[in-house]
Design a protein around this ligand. Structure first.
Ligand SMILES: CCCCC/C=C/C/C=C\CCC/C=C/C(=O)SCCNC(=O)CCNC(=O)[C@H](O)C(C)(C)COP(=O)(O)OP(=O)(O)OC[C@H]1O[C@@H](n2cnc3c(N)ncnc32)[C@H](O)[C@@H]1OP(=O)(O)O
Length: 286
């Protein structure tokens, strides 16, 4: 069995990048939109910071994809804690303005960047812990589910879930598969079919998240879990992750064009555009 999981799929994402030689990286990276803090040689904290809700547009997805590549190029780094500096939101998913009244070419680029992000994250051999400080919606929920472990703040007002169906969107098969792998088939069917949104305690009961902690303990608990897992023999942990995830990953890697076309066709549908316009207005009205 191949142990080089990421580089097995990576050339399919961005030809040639897998051969970029390893270089020494700075201790931390800060941009206006995210912050990476290397806590030790072994793990880093990756904080999204695009107020008001960490919505994912093309430029942001490209930036985040570059950062995931950066993590992969560091062989000493074992894990990443993914969280957000934005108050009360982890991520509200794709920037709806990218989907509403959009140009097909731009929409295609957005979707390819979304696919890249999921393939890099779900396919990474490294340990990803999602420290969920706030709302985790739509693609934000798919991102959290693609991590190895989810810890969420204890706040009943915080929401997690995917409500695509309310707007007439059938969630892509790789999102469904990720959810099935997290909470099982029956709960996924109910969750997606009925646009279920959960508070942290409901999500914990379902297995959508793994732990709940008070907000002041979110990072310390995430670091505690990370430190424990960094002690597990790396090769065996990586091989186990690969064997658990390769089938699901391969279903998108080998089917990207169909997934792109399905997304463009469904998003450009006039009925969906109408729904998106109303939905955007309802968000702005609040
Ligand atoms: C189109 C929805 C389809 C659902 C898609 C389902 C997905 C299936 C899974 C994955 C892949 C498929 C394709 C993926 C698509 C998406 O991810 S689309 C994004 C769907 N996201 C949402 O429906 C979340 C919408 N947002 C909210 O519910 C709330 O904003 C909140 C995150 C709970 C935060 O609430 P609050 O703190 O009260 O903040 P406001 O609602 O006032 O929002 C602040 C401003 O941010 C704007 N905004 C919110 N979300 C988005 C977004 N996703 N894209 C762009 N802009 C967003 C909001 O309009 C406010 O703007 P103003 O300040 O009023 O200008």
């Amino acid at each position: 069995m191949s142990i080089n999981f990421y580089s097995k799929f990576f050339p399919l994402i961005k030809k040639g990048v897998a051969s970029v030689p390893f270089q020494l990286r700075p201790l931390s990276t800060r941009t206006d939109l995210f912050n990476v803090e290397n806590k030790s040689e072994e793990y880093a904290i990756f904080r999204l910071n695009k107020p008001p809700v960490n919505s994912l547009n093309l430029e942001y997805l490209n930036l985040l994809n570059n950062q995931l590549d950066e993590f992969e190029r560091n062989p000493k780094l074992k894990g990443i804690i993914l969280t957000s500096d934005v108050k009360s939101t982890f991520s509200a998913g794709v920037d709806i303005l990218e989907m509403y009244k959009c140009e097909p070419k731009r929409l295609e680029a957005v979707w390819r960047a979304v696919q890249d992000f999921w393939i890099k994250l779900y396919g990474s051999k490294k340990i990803y812990i999602a420290a969920l400080n706030g709302h985790v919606l739509a693609l934000g929920c798919a991102i959290a589910m693609s991590c190895d472990y989810r810890i969420m703040v204890d706040n009943d007002k915080t929401k997690i879930g995917i409500t695509a169906v309310l707007l007439g969107i059938n969630a892509p098969s790789w999102v469904k598969n990720t959810m099935i792998n997290t909470i099982g088939f029956r709960e996924t069917e109910k969750s997606l079919k009925f646009a279920k949104i959960y508070n942290p305690h409901q999500a914990l009961k379902l297995g959508l998240i793994d732990e709940i902690v008070s907000s002041d303990k979110l990072l310390s608990r995430s670091e505690e879990v990370m430190k424990t897992w960094c002690k597990i023999p790396t090769l065996a942990r990586e091989m186990t992750k690969e064997s658990m995830r390769s089938e699901t990953l391969g279903k998108l890697v080998n089917n990207r064009e169909v997934d792109v076309q399905e997304f463009i066709t469904s998003t450009m549908d006039p009925h969906l555009q109408d729904n998106l316009g109303k939905y955007l207005a309802s968000l702005k009205k609040k």
